[in-house]
Design a binder for this molecule. Structure first.
Ligand code: UT7
Length: 356
């Protein structure tokens, strides 16, 4: 069998219409627009309305990606749903997404590695395509973090936003898709981003509820240090596996958690910030949705072209990290139009002579 590559044929995103600005947050916690912008680069974030769920957001983004790929949900072989804040601890939200999309009996599963989920998901999808097991895979990154936040805790509530974004990966013979990836996990930082109660280790009870242990808690500065340590190294590992250097890369698309972390990565890699896609100002940290959302926006703005080589890099709960070199579509060879036209006209001339 020919080597199979995973071409990205569709992409789409969904953000709720409700926007919370830094000025809005000033009214509910002891913070300021100035502090938030200086420490994070975030200006606003989108937050779901009461009628929305992780599944409805995921379906909206997924449908946009399917439309772009010009396929139906029934054409899918697999759905990978990268998410942390599922609608229920069980069953998996992926099954509801599969049902709502009308992807009859298509296998679907949730992949939970925090903010790195989408890059993990891409690498998993590529393996199914490589082995020939599946040909058409939907990968979704989606989070409703706003429902897991303590809106009186200024150290977390200013940072996050809700969003979903998705891509369709289809088997393809020409080289494209993932050229190299690097995944990692350092469980010694397990408690650095955590919702302590609500799982099997600490079921929610009156005492945990009163103590707010069902909310997201984070040791921001430890996560910051972790990110600064791993981002550059992981990028270089992915590049080495792709047999490329930074010169081969058109854009770096980092996890959108904090502009200062992106600036630190740029310094670490000795690159100008202009080589990095940044949308953290308009969305905040949308966890597993952050990288595909940034790509969708950058394509819509004409920055990223599908044939560009992208270096994606992320970090998050676990603690985990993930990076990959992604070329969504193969680069089309430039056609020598004049040479082709000359050949066509010569053929027509010889046909005319033969006819005479
Ligand atoms: O996707 C992965 C998820 N996590 C992350 O990406 C988080 C990574 N970490 C960060 O982005 C940064 O560490 C934060 C933005 C969370 C915090 O920035 P920092 O520069 O590390 O600040 P800090 O935690 O060291 O806090 C500095 C001060 C503290 O006050 P004192 O103790 O110096 O008086 C905080 O209480 O800033 C205070 N502070 C705030 N002040 C105003 C913390 N949050 C706020 C706030 N507004 N929202």
């Amino acid at each position: 069998m020919e080597k199979q590559y995973g071409r990205i044929t569709g992409w789409g995103s969904y953000v709720p219409s409700n926007i919370i600005t830094n000025e809005d947050l000033e009214k509910i916690v002891d913070t300021s627009h100035e502090w938030i912008v200086r420490r994070t680069g975030i200006h606003q974030r989108h937050v779901v309305g009461p009628e929305e769920t992780n599944a409805t957001m995921s379906v909206a983004a997924a449908q946009a990606a399917l439309d772009k790929a010009n396929i139906h949900a029934t054409d899918l072989d697999l759905i990978i749903h990268a998410t942390t804040f599922q609608d229920h601890i069980t069953p998996p939200t992926s099954s509801q997404v599969q049902h709502m999309l009308g992807a009859h009996n298509v296998p679907a599963f949730v992949l939970t590695t925090g903010c790195t989920g989408f890059v993990y998901g891409l690498s998993v999808a590529q393996q199914f395509i490589r082995t020939g097991a599946y040909r058409t895979i939907l990968i979704i990154g989606s989070e409703i973090i706003s429902r897991g936040l303590d809106w009186t805790d200024r150290s977390t509530c200013v940072l996050f936003g809700d969003a979903a974004a998705a891509m369709v990966m289809e088997a393809c013979d020409e080289p494209c898709g993932l050229f190299g990836f690097d995944l990692g996990s350092d469980g010694s930082g397990y408690d650095k981003i955590i919702m302590p109660a609500g799982g099997a280790a600490e079921p929610v009870g009156a005492d945990t509820f009163a103590a707010g242990r069902h909310y997201l808690q984070m040791n921001g500065s430890e996560v910051f240090k972790f990110a600064s340590r791993v981002l550059g190294k992981s990028c270089y590992r992915s590049l080495a596996r792709a047999e490329m250097t930074l010169d081969d890369i058109d854009w770096i698309v980092p996890h959108q958690a904090n502009l200062r972390i992106i600036q630190a990565a740029a310094r670490d890699m000795d690159l100008p910030l202009s080589r990095f896609i940044t949308v953290v100002d308009r969305y905040g940290n949308t966890s597993a949705a952050s990288i595909p959302l940034a790509i969708c926006d950058a394509i819509a703005e004409g920055k990223i072209k599908p044939e560009d080589k992208l270096l994606l890099v992320s970090f998050g709960a676990g603690l985990t990290w993930a990076s990959c070199v992604l070329q969504m579509a193969p680069r089309l060879e430039k056609v020598n139009v004049m040479a082709d036209l000359t050949a066509v006209s010569q053929n027509i001339d010889s046909l005319a002579v033969t006819a005479l």
